[in-house]
Design a protein around this ligand. Sequence first.
Ligand code: F6R
Length: 250
Amino acid sequence: MNTIDHSEINRICVYPTASETAQAVADEIISLVKRNPQAAITYPTGETPIPIYSAISKMVAGAEVDFSLSKAFHLDEYYPCDPTESFSFVKYLHEYVFNPFKIPLAQQFTIDGTVKDGRTEALRYEKILQQQMIHLAMLGLGPGGHIGFNERNTPITSRTHVSQLSEETIYRDHVLRNLKTPQKGITQGIATILDAERIFLVAYGKAKGEILKEALYGKITSWCPASALRLDGRKVTIFVDEEAAETLTS
Ligand code: F6R
């Protein structure tokens, strides 16, 4: 593993491949849960964490770590969205996190995308988060530097809210991923995410490296939501593969 120095970020860890990056993140999460079995963790969805979740699932299946006392928190959801939809993030969390990690129902905290009033649901979820120290928030990095569904121009002070997805995100979902996803989401806000004790941001590949470069070396601005992580960069660890890192340093 190599590191890249950054004046505001605690650590930027670089691994040769995406799968080695994922394994390193999985190892960190496992050691957190071993140290604190009741850890509260925010889990993102998407492609980035799949190898991380599968590495953790193997360890849980082999009884090498126990997540059954930990609490799992949802980062974001499409809105409106029924959990039976193929793209539902609740469905994803059940498949990749809650079931394989054996996290009991009472310790699964999810955003309900089926409600009539998304704003009330966002407030309900924010209240839960305010009553709970999140020990670790894991994040992927999306189009335009979004974290969760905090799209470009989301205020850095935002709390859990209904968000209008950006054209870039909708293009990725509808065209590149061929999913008929809704055009809104409910997401933990940027300030909500920054309340976590520690934050991991994970990114693989050249395209993500370019977004990350904007987030790490451009202005701290709501135009690039991930740049806000630098406001409290001592709690942030970034995990990237060499491909993303090359873009960062070029
Ligand atoms: C998903 C989420 C998003 C993703 C981002 C990257 O819960 O919060 O911010 O992390 O869109 O998605 P992938 O990993 O699919 O490239």
